[in-house]
Design a protein around this ligand. Structure first.
Ligand code: NAI
Ligand code: OAA
Length: 314
């Protein structure tokens, strides 16, 4: 059988969606279909064509198209959902819940009909709850419904650690557990630089400042931009997850997964470290946590539960 090119659909052609499409093309991860609402069909086609016309200059091979018609997304291997409204200064991600739940539901109905075998990555906020909404609307197995938060939160955390020590970001390792909100849990005990635990290198009060800055990292960008939220680092995070799946890399990355007993949580979507490979979420890692870490995770889980209750009406 002939080998086929990968097909990746990006729903939402705004800041994160368009940036993601370009970064996917730059890595030649597949052909890209950018989808937005019918009222924005021409601008969506225009963005896609503009990106396509950059490919000869960039020396990359990717077909990029824009549309509002899901027929063109038929048979996608990966669907990335960035559709929805973004917050502005003074808002929390949770303020977006009602609007975005409706958008994510309607997008998922279309995906279910046109790409029933796809791996679906959700970005729309509040993303833990939106991943739950997508899972229910899609009816896909849990390994194929994956939320993005931890890769981005960890990238921010590692950036701040590298800045603090004036070392390369390449040598910083760590990760962030829990919901994508201001009580997310950067795991200091599991963070190191070149194999050296950060607690041996950075004073406790500075580590605490880095943890706090990470927790509000999204808000820091929202306040600086003034009229929207982050998109370069979020897009890079989506691309890393997509690459892990399409190349069956079996990366260990923090993603939003359905927990069914892991960490003591049932039927909750939240950020945890997983193996991300050719079959999506292939395994959830359950780490031993201290009592303090457990309490911090419980606080974050309670916030996620509260938002999910808004969408379930419970
Ligand atoms: N989980 C995370 O780490 C992050 C989440 N986000 C979230 O991602 C979402 C998108 O952010 P941006 O791209 O900056 O917003 P944006 O406003 O630039 O783009 C959103 C796009 O979605 C489109 N859209 C709305 N309804 C749609 C529908 N039914 N079908 C298709 N497209 C539809 C809009 O027309 C718009 O073009 C927001 O909810 C934001 O909060 C953003 C960054 C990080
Ligand atoms: O802060 C926001 O609203 C967007 C987002 O989730 C992030 O950048 O972490």
């Amino acid at each position: 059988m002939a080998i086929k090119r990968n097909k990746i659909t990006v729903v939402g052609a705004g800041f994160t969606g368009a940036t993601t499409a370009l970064m996917l093309a730059q890595k030649e991860l597949g052909d890209i279909v950018l989808v937005d609402i019918p009222q924005l069909e021409n601008p969506t086609k225009g963005k896609a064509l503009d990106m396509l016309e950059s490919t000869p200059v960039q020396g990359i091979d990717a077909r990029i198209t824009g549309t509002s018609d899901y027929a063109e997304t038929q048979g996608s291997d990966i669907v990335i959902i960035t559709a929805g409204i973004a917050r502005k200064p003074g808002m929390s991600r949770d303020d977006l819940v009602n609007t975005n739940a409706g958008i994510v539901r309607s997008v998922c109905e279309n995906i279910k009909a046109t790409s029933p075998d796809a791996y679906v990555i959700i970005l729309s906020n509040p993303v833990d709850a939106m991943t739950y909404v997508a899972y229910n609307a899609l009816g896909f197995p849990k390994n194929r419904v994956i939320g993005q938060s931890g890769v981005l939160d960890t990238a921010r955390y590692c950036t701040f650690i590298a800045q603090e020590l004036n070392v390369s970001v390449e040598d910083v390792r760590g990760f962030v557990l829990g919901g994508h909100g201001d009580d997310m849990v950067p795991l200091v005990r599991y963070s190191n630089v070149g194999g050296i635990p950060i607690e041996k290198l950075i004073p406790a009060d500075r580590i605490e400042a880095i943890v706090q800055r990470t927790r509000v990292g999204g808000g820091e960008i929202v306040n600086l931009l003034g009229n929207g939220s982050a998109y370069y680092a979020p897009a890079a995070s989506l691309v890393q997850m997509t690459e892990a799946i399409l190349k069956d890399k079996k990366r260990i990355l923090p993603v939003i997964a359905l927990l069914q007993g892991e960490y003591g949580y049932d039927n909750l979507f939240m950020g945890v470290p997983v193996i991300l490979g050719g079959d999506g979420i292939e395994k959830v890692f359950e780490l031993e946590l201290t009592e303090d870490e457990k309490a911090a995770l419980e606080k974050s889980a309670n916030s996620v539960r509260g938002v999910i209750q808004v969408v379930t009406g419970a």
